[in-house]
Design a binder for this molecule. Structure first.
Ligand SMILES: Nc1ncnc2c1ncn2[C@@H]1O[C@H](COP(=O)(O)OP(=O)(O)OP(=O)(O)O)[C@@H](O)[C@H]1O
Ligand SMILES: [Mg+2]
Length: 217
């Protein structure tokens, strides 16, 4: 479903990843571990198309997204959703506007129906008109997840989406998100610092060590 071969990432002259390989099956949840600065967020940025890949190839659902710097598909055309740790939502937009962000091509009725459906999925029905600051951290992260899922991405990338929550809320939300991903058969990569979380959340996880991905489970 997703195949990454021989990805290398360099910033200036510094090599961050070298010969990074990853293969994911449809609907599989993979967790990515590694020390701070090991290149986890960088790997997600390249998969999402936010940075250009110069070396290596990425194929998603049979479609080449990047091949040694050639035929680079732009981020908007990748069918890849992303949830970040910070700046998860646009603060000046209501919940419904946030979720509608990636589905403007839909008619008004279809858009509203999709927003309702997603809020039901993340168990937040009725908050359409609220603003992010009127929601708790965990609720905001669930809205961010709804926004990322709205366009039906083929692949969802989650960069430490639970790290600003306390232990209890973190575990609850991680469980909820896992259920939602399984229910929607969404293929996903979760970046986390926490091996226990990786183990619980994912079907399989790996760790970045010495610029490469080592499979753990
Ligand atoms: N745009 C950039 N320009 C130059 N160097 C960068 C850039 N982005 C990241 N780096 C460097 O690349 C390395 C990997 O960064 P990255 O953010 O991918 O690490 P990470 O594994 O996500 O770390 P953390 O767990 O702290 O979030 C770091 O040394 C960082 O300083
Ligand atoms: Mg990071």
């Amino acid at each position: 479903m997703l195949t990454i071969r021989n990805l290398s990432i360099k910033y200036n002259k510094k090599t961050i990843l070298q010969g990074f390989n990853l293969e994911l099956a449809h609907g599989e949840i993979f967790a990515l571990l590694g020390d701070s600065g090991s290149g986890k967020s960088s790997a997600l940025r390249f998969i999402a198309g936010l940075d250009e890949v110069h070396s290596g190839s990425i194929v998603l659902n049979g479609k080449s997204l990047s091949n040694n710097g050639q035929h680079q598909v732009s981020a908007e055309n990748r069918d890849v959703g992303m949830v970040f740790q910070d700046y998860a939502l646009f603060p000046h937009m209501s919940v419904e506007k946030n979720i509608a962000f990636g589905i403007h091509h839909l008619s008004k009725n279809k858009k509203n129906a999709r927003i309702k459906e997603l809020l039901l999925l993340v168990d937040l029905s009725g908050v359409e008109k609220k603003y992010p600051h009127q929601l708790s951290g965990g609720e905001q992260q669930r809205v961010a997840l709804a926004r990322a899922l709205a366009p039906n991405p083929k692949l969802l990338l989650l960069d430490e989406p639970f790290s600003n929550l306390d232990q209890k809320h973190r575990e609850n939300l991680a469980n909820q998100v896992k259920d939602i991903l399984k229910k929607t058969s969404t293929t996903a990569i979760l970046v986390t610092h926490d091996e226990a979380e990786a183990n619980k959340f994912s079907d399989r996880y790996g760790i970045i060590e010495q610029q490469q991905l080592k499979d753990k489970k």
